[in-house]
Ligand binder design. Structure first.
Ligand code: UDX
Length: 455
């Protein structure tokens, strides 16, 4: 099928590349000429496992191309995916200016039937606004082309996005029941047929329910994480082990194991933004989402938990003290620093006078950029970017782990002990067994695991 993807950000690029991989003819549009040039020269603007190979293969086969030509992009696809950013406004609601600008472009140039697919995460009711924007442009030029807007939210995890796209556990599609809506449904069915061969994975629903589903999923997952973080902090005080508790409750199929890991708080581009946006939507209807307010508050506090542990071990005045930090990205397999807990930790350590050596397997360049904005050039000089994890340790009072990269799972603990000033590990991701750490002579502080470290 002929497909246009508007926006070559994270979601757009993965969607475009994977749809090309399935044999479709994909045209990717972006307003950013530099990004388009990079893509046309074989570059990839984000770090995402497997993406570079998929793009390269399909570019070589002529199934995907990148351009800034709006008229050509509208002419190309019967399916027009809108995958542009919806950054939070000052008040936390999703800013729809890029989505609506994309819609107006379609209305301005379309000629013949189009299915507009909302892929960006957008508040309930956005499809109606997209349709209104297209209609307005159409009528301004006296056109009366037929179209239908469907909602097809993405559930891609950063670091596993290609895999998630190619092996979806569900495909959610919202459409209306008009004749154009039925036609759109048929096209979407054809598009996603390769994923439904063995069993049907598509959930068909009305447009508003599809838009809502995306927020409900992310809000539920964020709730599970904040719930476990809150319990972990209590477990630390009452002397229980949150890991044992996690397994004990996860074995109940009504609860399940996933997304129950206590840690240094959730970050990234989706959970913080979507939780806020859903709260904002509720406020527009004079409702308060009390659970989500708590989820957010608990997460803000949780991002400070590593700093709190450093302070309770080494005191509030950290001047003259040096610390090692492993992991900067908000989670492994990405260089994304958005809302990363490492930013909160580093800010706190630096403000209390410490110096820090940091290491991350892929996020170093992005971290440099973001931390400079957070801290300013002056304070940046207190952060040293190390070439390897072990190179952060010399002269450090403790090692603090923020992101659970695989490479950190089995380090040489003897070498760690030899290089640190004190054999202290503060682990924001519960990577190691506290009992083994004690045997190794390491003072280990996990999240919610103090019963074992006390022995
Ligand atoms: C999320 C959703 O999973 C995805 O479906 C949606 O499309 C976009 O948002 P992503 O933000 O890429 O994906 O990361 P995810 O793996 O979900 O992790 C989000 C955050 O939660 C990370 O900071 C992670 O460290 C944290 N997390 C996750 C926990 O603290 N504990 C857990 O048990 C799971």
């Amino acid at each position: 099928m002929k497909i246009t993807i508007i926006g070559t950000g994270y979601v757009g690029l993965v969607t475009g590349a994977c749809l090309a991989e399935l044999g479709n003819d994909v045209f990717c549009l972006d307003v950013d000429q530099k990004k388009i040039d990079l893509l046309n020269n074989g570059g990839i603007p984000i770090h995402e496992p497997g993406l570079e190979e998929v793009v390269a293969r399909n570019r070589a086969a002529g199934r995907i191309r990148f351009s800034t030509d709006v008229a050509a992009s509208v002419a190309h696809g019967v399916l027009q995916f809108i995958a542009v950013g919806t950054p939070p406004d000052e008040d936390g609601s999703a800013d729809l200016q890029y989505v609506l600008a994309a819609a107006r472009n379609i209305g301005r140039h379309m000629d013949g039937f189009k299915v507009i697919v909302d892929k960006s995460t957008v508040p309930v009711g956005t499809a109606d606004r997209v349709a209104a924007a297209i209609r307005e442009e159409l009528s301004a030029r006296g056109g009366n082309g037929e179209f239908s807007v469907v909602s097809n939210p993405e559930f891609l995890k950063e670091g596993a996005a290609v895999e998630d796209f190619m092996r979806p556990d569900r495909i959610v599609i919202g459409h209306d029941d008009s004749p154009a809506g039925q036609r759109a449904r048929d096209m979407m069915k054809l598009l996603y047929a390769p994923f439904n061969r063995n069993h049907e994975r598509t959930y068909w629903m009305d447009v508003r329910s599809a838009e809502f589903t995306k927020y409900a999923a992310n809000a539920m997952l964020a709730t599970r994480i904040s719930f476990m973080n809150e319990l972990a902090n209590l477990a630390d005080q009452v002397g229980a082990d949150i890991e044992a508790v996690r397994q004990g409750i996860g074995s109940d199929p009504r609860i399940g194991y996933s997304f129950l890991y206590a840690g240094a708080g959730y970050g990234g581009s989706c959970f913080p933004k979507d939780v806020q946006a859903l709260e904002r939507t509720a406020r527009q209807y004079d409702r308060e989402l009390l659970i989500l307010q708590a989820v957010e508050a608990v997460n803000d506090r949780q991002k400070r938990v590593l700093g709190d542990k450093v302070v309770s071990r080494f005191g509030g005045d950290l001047s003259g003290k040096h610390f090692a930090v492993w992991g900067l990205a908000f989670k492994p397999n990405t260089d994304d620093m958005r809302e990363a807990p490492s930013r909160v930790l580093l800010q706190e350590l630096i403000e209390r006078g410490a110096t820090v050596s940091v290491y991350d397997p892929v996020a170093m360049a992005e971290a440099r950029r973001v931390l400079e904005l957070d801290l300013g050039a002056d304070k940046m000089s207190r952060i040293r970017f190390a070439e390897a994890p072990m190179d952060t340790l010399d002269g450090a009072q403790a090692l603090v782990i923020v992101t659970e990269w695989k490479a950190f799972r089995s380090p040489d603990f003897e070498a760690i002990k030899a290089r640190l000033v004190n054999p202290v590990i503060i682990d924001g991701r519960n990577l190691y067994e506290p009992g083994l750490m004690t045997q190794q002579g390491i003072e280990y502080h996990g999240i919610g695991r103090s019963i074992l470290t006390r022995k």
